[in-house]
Design a protein around this ligand. Structure first.
Ligand code: GDG
Length: 748
């Protein structure tokens, strides 16, 4: 343990915080000298162990219940020896959150075994509760503006919970297991909540493109999010989805391979396994690892493919895992029975074909086995990535070994040199094992070299660095990560400048800003409360309010007829100033071009159930809100491609809004209102513009520099400020109303 002693530089104020269910150190007991720890087992602990050079704090559960009086000492040791901080959980919480929900529902479902899931609302409640505990711990330890990297399926609600508590944080999430096809994912009773939890992150990472693709698809289908390239757009935020296959801690194996202890182990193996071909399996005893499939295939091999006089031994290490869970106990029984049957049928007085070890083995022996085995057989029925196969490749210094690898592991996407197997094809696997044992030396070396290159290039350190680098770039490029630009943090100066100005102008977009989006445009009618707010704003002294919209004059007039509010409609084509009944045309346009584009739009609508075409005065729109989310998006892209040909010489532009494609006259935009009002704006006037989409950018761009321009969401924008979500806009306007009321004059 002494080599992992941390340098004192890492304190709870480190910029990076890693949050995972288990800490890399497990509490094993309390001796007279205080608590004792051992290194935690499993893929995640192995993967992140390579990160030790970085400066970060690791927050998680120490693997056991810690009585109150022992806590200060546990905390001290964890902090000083491992740079860790504990999260305390009770036995009941662990049982429900960890065993029943994380490992009893999420794990099997995400590994495509829905029949193994057992959803209970009580466990779900505990999952929520424990995720809240982790979010609270991250909140406590993370410094302002720091980065929190949340790991794995146990903590999928944390990103959202943490964002609510700490909007200043940069939040990244990595899923170490597969993200299943949306058809399987949607079986999950709490599918929506889990997705909402995840996309509270700024960046979500997966091992393979397939998992990322499934995740995007689930977001689109279940939440109705939009996907722009590798980004999910949701509630005005952009969540980057990224693919990073995890690697191993290569230095660890390089060191071990030169260790005399490993050489001694090798000698031992050479002696005891002389004359045998050795096939090695190292798996946690988990049903996802396909142990039964492997054993059955090995039985077929012994029956149909083993040559006379040949002695092939399968050394299968099955590391105990989740031993208290009934499904795992049952699996162990089944496997031991299978091993017994095979050995009973195929053993001789001098040879036992299956050597089954239900135990964890020390690193030196593991490395020696990796170095020694002729074949490593990794055939999970599903596996997020799988590190064992990479470790085998790293230990094959002479390149003599052969790897059999399941096509259902994430690693199959990266390790091209492996002989791929389908664990469900028993005969096929047996035949591939035969092929592997017979592979000519030259081909073995060639294949192993290709795998070795990947493993050397793509270490766990590299994985973490590249993921954090993508996250950093995303944090920098998304305005959402600059707290100084959040309007929520600038309310006081805004209100001050509002109160002190001799005259004030409020230019506020309607859909998505004043009012949240609704299922259909008609449902976004202002509520009584919103109508009241608009009225209050319109009545403020020395204040002129304009509501801007792409809607028709009729609709807006009907909604706000009784108020002295300015209306700017059809994206800036028409304006009605406060107190006036007249509509003024801000630009003269021709709609001749519409005849040319309408047939294309209508053709695409006819081919897309749920899509419809809306013709307005100076624009036409292709809406797909009610279409299948993925097919709708597909058809919208297709339409944009076709339109680019039709529109080549027309004075129009295409914009993509929320579930709509809009073709607009180039001369019509909301910036026309800014140009129209420019002459009336005087020295020291207060100017506030609020908007949520691309069409508001023309307005922001044309307002004077001192204007308070605010865009909702984290998109890059001409606006000086941003609001995190739509409700901020009416809330801000309420602050403005209150700021002039005598009781609140002291500020907010
Ligand atoms: C999850 C995902 C993903 C195993 N037995 C012994 C031992 N091990 C070590 C191996 C390897 C690790 O445990 C197992 O890692 P895997 O990746 O194979 O599997 P999971 O534990 O299921 O990990 C997986 C991983 O997270 C990382 O993202 O790859 O897909 O399921 O390092 O060597 N180590 C020692 N003795 C053993 O007996 N010392």
């Amino acid at each position: 343990m002494s080599e992992s002693r941390a340098s004192a530089e890492v304190t709870p104020t480190s910029d990076l915080l890693i949050l995972s269910n288990r800490l890399p150190a497990t509490l094993t007991g309390h001796g007279p000298e205080g608590p004792t720890f051992k290194a935690s087992a499993g893929g995640l602990a192995t993967a992140l162990s390579g990160l030790s050079a970085g400066s970060f704090l690791w927050v998680g559960w120490p693997g056991a219940e810690v009585p109150e009086p022992a806590r200060p000492e546990v905390e001290r040791q964890l902090r000083e020896d491992y740079r860790c901080a504990p999260v305390y959980l009770t036995e009941t919480q662990v049982e429900h959150f960890y065993n029943r929900f994380s490992n009893g529902v999420l794990w099997p479902l995400f590994h495509y075994l829905p029949d193994f899931t057992d959803f209970e609302s009580e466990s779900w409640t505990h999952y929520q509760e424990v995720n809240a505990i982790f979010a609270e711990a991250a909140d406590r330890h993370a410094p302002t503006g720091g980065t929190v990297w949340v790991q794995d399926y146990h903590l999928m609600l944390v990103p959202h919970l943490l964002r609510e508590r700490r909007p200043d944080l940069k939040i990244a999430f990595f899923l170490h297991i597969p993200f299943p096809s949306s058809e399987v994912y949607r079986l999950l009773p709490r599918r929506r909540e889990i997705l909402e939890g995840l996309i509270g992150s700024d960046v979500v990472g997966f091992h393979t493109y397939d998992y990322a693709r499934h995740f995007l698809s689930a977001c689109q289908r279940i939440l109705g999010t939009e996907t722009v390239q590798q980004t999910v757009v949701w509630n005005g935020r952009e969540v980057r989805v990224s693919v990073h296959p995890i690697g191993i801690d290569l230095d660890h194996f390089d060191r071990l391979l030169d260790d005399p202890e490993v050489h001694a182990e090798m000698e031992d193996l050479r002696r005891s396994l002389a004359g045998r071909r050795v096939v090695l399996g190292i798996d946690r005893l988990d049903y996802s690892k396909g142990l039964r499939h492997k054993l059955r295939a090995f039985q077929s091999f012994l029956e149909n493919h083993q040559r006379d006089g040949e002695r092939v031994v399968l050394i299968q290490v099955a590391v105990p895992s989740r031993t208290e869970v009934e499904k795992y106990k049952e699996l162990r029984r089944q496997i031991e029975e299978l091993v017994g049957r095979i050995n009973g049928l195929h053993s001789s007085p001098v040879h036992t074909p299956v050597n089954f070890l239900f135990t964890s083995i020390p690193p030196a022996r593991l490395t020696a086995l990796f170095r020694f085995a002729d074949v490593c057989w990794v055939s999970p029925i599903r596996d997020g990535m799988n590190l064992v196969c990479q470790e085998y490749a790293a230990c094959q210094r002479d390149g003599e070994g052969v790897l059999l690898l399941s096509e259902f592991s994430g690693a199959a996407r990266s390790l091209e040199g492996a002989l791929q197997v389908n664990p469900w094809d028993r005969e096929g696997m047996a035949a591939t094992l035969r092929r592997g044992l017979d592979l000519p030396a030259e081909e073995r070396r060639l294949r192993m070299r290709r795998m070795g290159e990947f493993v050397r290039r793509n270490t766990s350190k590299q994985w973490a660095r590249s993921f954090l680098e993508v996250a950093r770039r995303h944090f920098e490029s998304s305005a959402g990560m600059h707290p100084e630009r959040w309007i929520e943090r600038n309310i006081d100066p805004l209100l001050r400048s509002f109160r002190e100005a001799p005259r004030r102008w409020l230019l506020v977009d309607y859909d998505g800003t004043l009012c949240p989006f609704a299922e259909t445009p008609a449902q976004a009618e202002p509520s009584a409360q919103l109508h009241e707010l608009v009225g209050q704003l319109a009545r403020l002294p020395d204040t002129r309010l304009y509501v801007l919209s792409g809607r028709t004059p009729e609709t807006m007039q009907r909604w706000f007829r009784d108020l002295e509010v300015g209306l700017c409609v059809e994206h800036g084509r028409l304006v009605r100033h406060p107190g006036s009944e007249e509509w003024e045309q801000l630009v003269h346009t021709s709609s001749d071009w519409m005849e040319e584009v309408l047939p294309t739009l209508q053709r695409h609508a006819a081919m897309t159930p749920g899509a419809l075409v809306v013709r307005r005065e100076s624009s036409v729109e292709w809406h797909w809100r009610r279409a299948d989310p993925e097919f709708g998006q597909w058809q919208a892209n297709e339409l944009a491609l076709n339109l680019s040909e039709v529109m080549a010489n027309l004075p129009v532009r295409v914009t993509h809004g929320p579930k709509l494609v809009q073709i607009r006259d180039m001369g019509v935009h909301k910036g026309l209102l800014a140009e129209r009002l420019a002459g009336e704006l005087g020295e020291g006037h207060f100017l506030l513009a609020l908007g949520d989409d691309e069409s508001d950018e023309e307005l922001f761009a044309r307002l004077p520099e001192h204007a308070w321009t605010v865009r909702i969401g984290s998109h890059s924008s001409h606006a000086r400020f941003q609001a995190r979500a739509q409700p901020t806009a009416p809330a801000l306007l309420r602050h403005i109303v209150q700021s002039l009321q005598p009781a609140d004059r002291s500020g907010s």
